[in-house]
Design a protein around this ligand. Structure first.
Ligand SMILES: *[C@@H]1O[C@H](CO)[C@@H](O)[C@H](O)[C@H]1NC(C)=O
Ligand SMILES: *[C@@H]1O[C@H](CO)[C@@H](O)[C@H](O)[C@H]1NC(C)=O
Ligand SMILES: *[C@@H]1O[C@H](CO)[C@@H](O)[C@H](O)[C@H]1NC(C)=O
Ligand SMILES: *[C@@H]1O[C@H](CO)[C@@H](O)[C@H](O)[C@H]1NC(C)=O
Ligand SMILES: *[C@@H]1O[C@H](CO)[C@@H](O)[C@H](O)[C@H]1NC(C)=O
Ligand SMILES: *[C@@H]1O[C@H](CO)[C@@H](O)[C@H](O)[C@H]1NC(C)=O
Ligand SMILES: *[C@@H]1O[C@H](CO)[C@@H](O)[C@H](O)[C@H]1NC(C)=O
Ligand SMILES: *[C@@H]1O[C@H](CO)[C@@H](O)[C@H](O)[C@H]1NC(C)=O
Ligand SMILES: *[C@@H]1O[C@H](CO)[C@@H](O)[C@H](O)[C@H]1NC(C)=O
Ligand SMILES: *[C@@H]1O[C@H](CO)[C@@H](O)[C@H](O)[C@H]1NC(C)=O
Ligand SMILES: *[C@@H]1O[C@H](CO)[C@@H](O)[C@H](O)[C@H]1NC(C)=O
Length: 669
């Protein structure tokens, strides 16, 4: 945001002053600073501010050093890393006298292509990075890096295979030299510098380092030698050295030599098997020593003699099975000892007056002696986690012990004598053991107790004391589960024993539940009754309505029938009545109506409907009737069969399926 803001300001300012060319397009130019990264430039962009002090041209495509840079003598910082520059010439920096930091890493520069006077004008250069250039072996002639002012020189991964004083000779103020990842397989010659403080020779594939190499580096304080995986032994004399990292090499013996000022040494990840007597006798000022992740199985009783100032010693991840009780006796400042992940099968009875923290986790310790801590009178923290201890001794002594971690062991019981003599004990971790019962009297002085993940036997009356004590003293109650008796397996203490432990709460609880249940049941029954009643009423009402409707319909139908009868009669009287016809009972309409009066409702309505439709086409019906009558008169002799067929016609007319009778009727026409 600020950068963007700055860019905007610059653009605004330059456009106002009409000097827009002072920042090249594609570059970000806050005042004094020009960032031209990632532009594929192979020539210097136009429009650089004449007074620019910081210029970043990294990740471009320069093949040669841009000589035009000499037009910008204010430059103090120049970054040309990640380009393709392959040579540096004598006058390249002729006017860049103010240059302080120059990064030329990740280019293609070779020693032979650096002119001998290239840096003769850069009188203020403090930092030079030439890492990741294929500089190669230093040629026999002059060292081209003659820079009186240089303090930091980075030459990581430069294919340098040889190192001697020619490099340091002309760099009188050099403080830091980075030579990591160069294939320097051996160092024979003494390096000399009174200014050099930091030297990085890590990952250099060093195989042989002569004892005299560092003697005349009289200011050397930090030496990185890690990951030289072919280094088998190391002898180092350096009166000034304070920090040595020689981890993850394959050293087979502890580095020897004279290191009177060394303060911390990291010897992690080597192949030490034995530490002989007085190995560190010349490391008189050592405070921190890391010997972890080696293959140590024997430590001489006098191995650490002379380490008078040592405070922290890490011996973890070795294969120690035995330790002499007096091995740390002379280390009167030793406070922290890590013996984690060794093969000790008992707590070593160490003699160490000042030890405060002892880590013995993952050590396959099976037995603990009652008096094993008596010679560590100041021991405050003991970690015995992840061992195979099944019994803690009665009257385990540890006067100063405050924190005891015995989690994830196999401890079956603790009683009120176990910690009785540990008057300072405040924190005990017994999580993940095999405790089935414990009495609160065992932990009288303990403030923080972890007893989770144990196979507790939920004998509720017995366990009550412990539960009461835990809850009264505000200790954690999570992860307390029963494993026996079978009925309670897998249940939490509280759910298994609540009935016994909190009967009042349980009773009032159950009364409450009972009452609530009763009320709910009553409500449910009432609701059901009401719903049923309502449904019944609704049904009845619907039935009544249906009946009413049917009755109305019937009444309506009857009325229509009567009307039709009357009409028929009227019609009959209009047409001159045939005396013979009058004699033939029953008439058409009578035959139609008589048998149907007490029949079911739908067929009745259908018959009525058909009648109604006949009635609606009254005119045509009268014609048909007339014709029929004529026919009837013609066939007077077969009147008996005629009558029968007419009955059939009417009958089928009223029924649901009409076609057959209709056709008979139509065929009649
Ligand atoms: C960089 O510039 C060269 C020519 O100077 C061109 O051939 C190349 O394609 C450019 N690369 C990119 C990534 O723009
Ligand atoms: C550059 O610096 C000079 C002297 O320090 C000054 O006179 C000049 O105005 C500056 N130029 C710009 C563009 O800032
Ligand atoms: C030079 O630029 C590169 C890439 O942008 C960056 O990683 C490096 O730290 C810069 N060098 C310095 C000395 O700032
Ligand atoms: C130098 O760097 C290259 C690329 O990063 C790497 O492959 C090579 O292993 C390094 N050389 C050494 C000696 O570590
Ligand atoms: C260290 O320097 C001194 C004086 O310059 C010289 O006498 C001595 O030989 C040098 N030591 C080694 C091992 O080169
Ligand atoms: C201790 O330093 C002395 C004197 O430099 C040397 O003779 C001796 O071998 C060194 N001891 C060890 C164990 O490196
Ligand atoms: C180491 O102890 C052995 C005897 O246990 C002795 O012979 C030898 O001289 C001692 N080495 C040192 C350097 O003290
Ligand atoms: C002891 O060493 C082990 C293994 O290296 C490590 O996990 C543990 O954290 C160390 N203990 C302490 C207290 O630093
Ligand atoms: C004890 O060691 C174990 C395993 O390294 C670790 O998890 C635990 O935190 C340590 N306990 C204490 C009190 O440091
Ligand atoms: C220790 O436990 C025993 C029984 O296990 C009991 O008789 C004794 O009173 C307890 N002592 C204390 C101090 O609680
Ligand atoms: C107790 O130990 C268990 C298992 O190791 C762990 O999960 C829990 O966090 C510990 N509780 C406390 C209060 O330290």
């Amino acid at each position: 945001m600020t950068l963007k803001g700055a860019v905007f300001c610059v653009i605004f300012f330059t456009s106002v002053t009409g000097n827009f060319l002072s920042c090249p397009k594609l570059c970000i130019c806050p005042p004094g600073f020009t960032d031209c990264k990632y532009n594929n430039f192979s020539n210097l962009p136009l429009g650089l501010d004449k007074n620019v002090t910081i210029l970043d041209l990294s990740y471009n495509a320069f093949q040669v050093f841009p000589d035009d840079l000499n037009n910008y003598p204010s430059l103090e910082y120049l970054n040309l890393s990640y380009n393709k520059i392959h040579r540096l010439q004598n006058d390249n920096f002729r006017r860049l006298t103010k240059l302080e930091r120059l990064d030329l890493s990740h280019n293609s520069i070779n020693w032979a292509n650096i002119g001998p006077y290239t840096f003769s004008s850069t009188l203020n250069l403090l930092f030079l990075d030439l890492s990741y250039n294929p500089l190669g072996s230093q040629h026999v002639g002059e060292n081209p890096l003659q820079i009186q002012s240089l303090e930091i020189l980075r030459l990581n991964n430069c294919s340098i295979d040889h190192l001697d004083n020619k490099l340091l000779d002309k760099l009188p103020k050099l403080k830091e030299l980075h030579l990591s990842e160069n294939p320097i397989t051996s160092l024979f010659w003494s390096l000399a510098s009174t200014s050099l403080k930091f030297l990085d020779l890590s990952r250099c594939n060093l195989k042989h380092v002569s004892p005299r190499v560092f003697v005349n580096l009289t200011s050397l304080q930090t030496l990185y030698m890690q990951q030289n995986i072919n280094l088998k032994s190391f002898y180092c004399n350096s009166p000034s050295l304070r920090y040595l990292d020689i981890s993850n090499c394959n050293l087979e013996s502890v580095p020897r030599g004279y290191l009177p000022n060394i303060n911390a040494a990291n010897l992690h990840g080597n192949h030490f098997r034995i530490i002989p007597n007085k190995s560190f006798a010349n490391y008189t000022n050592l405070v921190m020593l890391d010997l972890s992740y080696n293959a140590l199985h024997v430590i001489d009783e006098n191995a650490f003699v002379g380490l008078d100032k040592i405070e922290r010693l890490d011996l973890s991840q070795n294969t120690l099975s035995d330790l002499s009780p007096n091995v740390f006796f002379s280390n009167t400042n030793l406070q922290f000892l890590n013996l984690s992940r060794n093969y000790l099968n008992t707590v070593p009875n160490l003699n160490s007056d000042f030890l405060e923290i002892l880590d013995l986790s993952f050590c396959e310790i099976a037995s603990v002696d009652q008096d094993c801590l008596v010679n560590m009178p100041r021991l405050k923290i003991l970690n015995l986690s992840k061992n195979i201890i099944s019994v803690l001794p009665d009257n385990f002594r540890g006067d100063a012990l405050r924190v005891l971690d015995v989690s994830l062991c196999r401890i079956k019981t603790v009683n009120n004598k176990t910690f009785a003599l540990m008057s300072s004990l405040r924190s005990v971790n017994l999580a993940g053991n095999r405790l089935t019962y414990a009495s609160p009297s065992s932990f009288a002085q303990v403030v923080s107790l972890n007893i989770s993940d144990n196979p507790w036997r939920c004998d509720c009356s017995k366990l009550k004391d412990l539960y009461d004590w835990l809850s009264k003293t505000g200790k954690k109650l999570d992860n307390l589960y029963c494993e026996s008796p079978e009925a309670f397996e897998g249940r939490s203490w509280l759910s298994a024993c609540q009935k016994d432990w909190q009967p009042d709460i349980t009773r009032s609880d159950s009364v409450w539940w009972y009452t609530t249940g009763l009320i709910i049941t009553v409500f449910v029954i009432l609701f059901v009754i009401l719903a049923m009643r309502r449904m019944y009423l609704l049904k009845e009402k619907r039935l009544r309505e249906a009946n009413e409707a049917r009755r109305n319909e019937e009444r309506e139908a009857l009325r229509r029938m009567h009307r039709m009868q009357a009409e028929a009669r009227e019609e009959a009287s209009r047409n001159a009545p045939d005396p013979r016809e009058l004699q033939t009972p029953p008439s058409y309409n009578e035959a139609l109506l008589l048998p149907r009066l007490d029949s079911s409702h739908p067929s009745l309505s259908a018959s009525l409907h058909s009648i109604a439709s006949k009635h609606s086409i009254n005119g045509s019906l009268t014609d048909v009737a007339k014709r029929r009558r004529k026919r009837r008169r013609r066939k007077s002799d077969s009147s008996e069969g005629q009558r029968a067929s007419r009955v059939v016609v009417v009958d089928s007319d009223t029924s649901e399926h009409e076609p057959e009778p209709r056709t008979t009727l139509e065929s009649d026409f």
